[in-house]
Ligand binder design. Structure first.
Ligand code: IMP
Length: 429
């Protein structure tokens, strides 16, 4: 397997964790390149559900894992996750996990600002995960973020915290009318955890470069989905990082020429958590049925996911933006009981047919999806492991997705377990 990037094509929660878990068996290194603990990757191994938010899911396959410079890391959550995975006999020692010295730290005040902003926005809120992601990326862009390398010189770290808090406290007290943050408390909290973090900090870009020179292959584990991308998503109802495949290079310090295969993960229908436009959203019994059958609850916040039909405007957009070389369709079995399954092929807005994903929220909110209808297969497919054994109607549904996306389907997932997977085209060699 060449260096492979896994990205979500919709609004996140496409089931990337399972596919990363499968593919990481064939890679030497697994790297996260953006986002933070707003992500939640669920895997089922030997009947046991394991959820990771920050540490690449490759750790479960005993692969060397890396958190790249593009990720924002809450160190307290990271240490909790190290403990949680260690308690399941998974090796998360510094031998197995490295964090980029350039990665930015989510500070306690980032979470406070994230929460306070959402409250102030009222019904116009983004519906963030409340993990401080946006405020941390914001400080990175305005050049007052704190990075992991700052922990190596703790006096410098302390100075930075004191200076930054002058501004943050003014903002918290006078704009949000909330309590200020005491710099000494924060410094004390970091003093307590610093020595546990230090062995994990490294120059990830250099390690990956050396590894590739020694024929090591890398799996890049994307978080969220293309339509939550800060550049290309349903702005402002997006996350604060670039989630598309191009950022796998930038967010891990690897040159773009090293990305060989780019697999887009597509749920067999569409879901979204949080606010923002969702043209194919269902508000009827079918939407409820999909939500229940698919157990569509956010892995991070536990919120109910909004559900709707497959949207090819979305998928074609993702195929172009990510240079997808293959698709992995997940949760196809969730549609087993439906009489009719719809695919959206375009949007109609004020009498015009739209086939390219528009940037205007208003258009996305007011457009009407144009659907084609497919007959359901009405059969339990969860035990099927060979593509040819799928019912004809399921094959037709998949063929139509392939045809409209102009990208080949390489993997089909029909259940949460590793074994419930159909490999249509081998990408492991
Ligand atoms: P933030 O990333 O916490 O700032 O949240 C911004 C938006 O992205 C909200 O609508 C979240 O629900 C959504 N979001 C962030 N991470 C994920 C994810 O991993 N899956 C699905 N939605 C996400």
């Amino acid at each position: 397997m060449g260096n492979t990037v896994i990205v979500g094509t919709q609004w996140g929660d496409e089931g990337k964790g399972k596919i990363v878990d499968l593919l990481s068996k064939h890679a030497d290194y697994v790297v996260r390149f953006q986002g933070g603990n707003n992500a939640g990757h669920t895997m089922v191994v030997n009947g046991k559900k394991i959820i990771s938010h920050l540490i690449p899911s490759g750790i479960i396959q005993s692969k060397k894992c890396f958190i790249g410079n593009g990720v924002v890391v809450d160190p307290f959550v990271l240490l909790e996750e190290i403990e949680y995975l260690s308690s399941m006999d998974i090796d998360v020692s510094p031998k197995m996990l490295k964090i980029s010295n350039r990665a930015h730290i989510i500070m306690p005040y980032h979470k406070l600002i994230d929460a306070a902003r959402e409250v102030k926005k009222g019904d116009k809120k983004i519906g963030t995960t409340g993990r401080g992601i946006g405020p941390c990326y914001e400080d990175k862009a305005t050049r007052r973020g704190i990075r992991f390398c700052d922990l190596l010189d703790f006096d410098f770290f302390k100075e930075k915290v004191v200076t930054i808090l002058e501004e943050k406290n003014f903002y918290l007290e006078h704009y949000f009318k909330t309590e200020p943050v005491d710099p000494d408390t924060i410094i004390h909290q970091f003093q307590q955890i610093k020595d546990r973090l230090l062995p994990y900090i490294a120059d990830v870009s250099v390690i990956l470069f050396d590894g590739m020179n020694n024929n090591k292959t890398i799996l890049f584990e994307g978080a969220q989905g293309t339509h939550l991308d800060i550049e290309h998503g349903t702005y402002p109802f997006v996350t604060s990082s670039s989630v598309v495949s191009g950022n796998a290079a930038n967010g891990s310090g690897v040159g773009p020429g090293n990305l060989n295969e780019i697999i887009g993960i597509v749920k067999a229908y569409t879901t979204r958590v949080g606010s923002g436009p969702f043209p194919t959203e269902l508000f009827d019994d079918i939407g409820d049925k999909i939500q229940k059958t698919g157990s569509e609850f956010g892995a991070t916040t536990g919120r109910k996911r909004r559900c709707g039909w497959m949207d090819m405007v979305v998928l074609r957009n993702a195929a172009r933006l990510n240079s997808l070389t293959g698709l992995a369709i997940t949760k196809l079995d969730v549609l087993d009981d439906l009489d009719e399954i719809k695919i959206c092929t375009g949007y109609e807005y004020k009498g015009t047919l739209i086939s390219d994903f528009p940037p205007e929220i208003k258009i996305l909110e007011e457009c009407t999806p144009v659907y084609e209808s497919h007959q359901g297969w009405k059969q339990d497919i969860s035990g099927i492991t060979k593509f040819n054994d799928l019912p004809d109607m399921a094959k037709l549904y998949l063929a139509r997705i392939e045809e409209l996306a102009k990208v080949k389907i390489k993997i089909v997932s029909v259940g949460p377990e590793r074994e419930a997977t159909i490999i249509k085209e081998n990408i492991f060699n």
